[in-house]
Design a binder for this molecule. Sequence first.
Ligand SMILES: Cc1cc2nc3c(=O)[nH]c(=O)nc-3n(C[C@H](O)[C@H](O)[C@H](O)COP(=O)(O)O)c2cc1C
Length: 236
Amino acid sequence: MSKKLLEPFRLGDLSLRNRIAMAPLTRARSGHDRIPNALMVEYYTQRASAGLIITEATTVSAQGNGWNESPGIYTDAMAEGWKPITEAIHNKGGTVFLQLWHCGRASHSDFHGGEPAVSASAIQLNGDPIYTPDGKKDHETPRALETDEIPGVIADYKAAAERAKAAGFDGVEIHSANGYLLNPAHVRPSPPSLLSLSPTTNPRLERKMRSCQTHNNRHELTGFVVAVRCLLHFLR
Ligand SMILES: Cc1cc2nc3c(=O)[nH]c(=O)nc-3n(C[C@H](O)[C@H](O)[C@H](O)COP(=O)(O)O)c2cc1C
């Protein structure tokens, strides 16, 4: 068993040196500018013997921010900051994916100059309080994204995937849990607060998806489309 764990593994066109994968872990060490730094190079280098590292969640846009001092991948400076990390991991024979993140309604207006966070619907997250730059706060009601804003969000993911590739990542992973923007939200009637892009909390999406018969899991369609576009872009 332990021997098998240390054997190489083929993941698509990637050869992993062993079968150990490091789960994404938010560390909040990027400072206020959200640019990966020397401390993060050290942290990831120390763990590069894993077959595959999935990085901490990394925001695709300023709009997606919702965690103090987590890193981003939406400026060239951020991409430059990630480069020494991917290089260090590759130099040690490791493989690394960047986890792409948009916090959606799990964010707070304190991160957005007083403007509400955005989500699929104007429904407040029913969760633990959030640490904002101004302290611990209750969640707020987000602003529902307009349909014509969705292409902009997709463009953010696409640009993030592009920058990830340029920064040397071997792949990207879409973070879509915990009520974040792309939470595919396996339809759960209760509590509705766990839903994000689910038609259950988004009547507009429900109407759109009813007219689209191409995907059985209709509630996953939006996240799915973004994920696939992102991935295709990465592999191009
Ligand atoms: C401190 C901490 C930070 C985490 N950050 C992330 C993250 O950025 N992205 C993510 O998808 N999961 C994150 N997770 C979830 C973990 O990756 C993992 O799924 C979770 O701890 C359950 O793992 P286990 O079943 O092996 O205990 C985090 C967990 C912890 C404890």
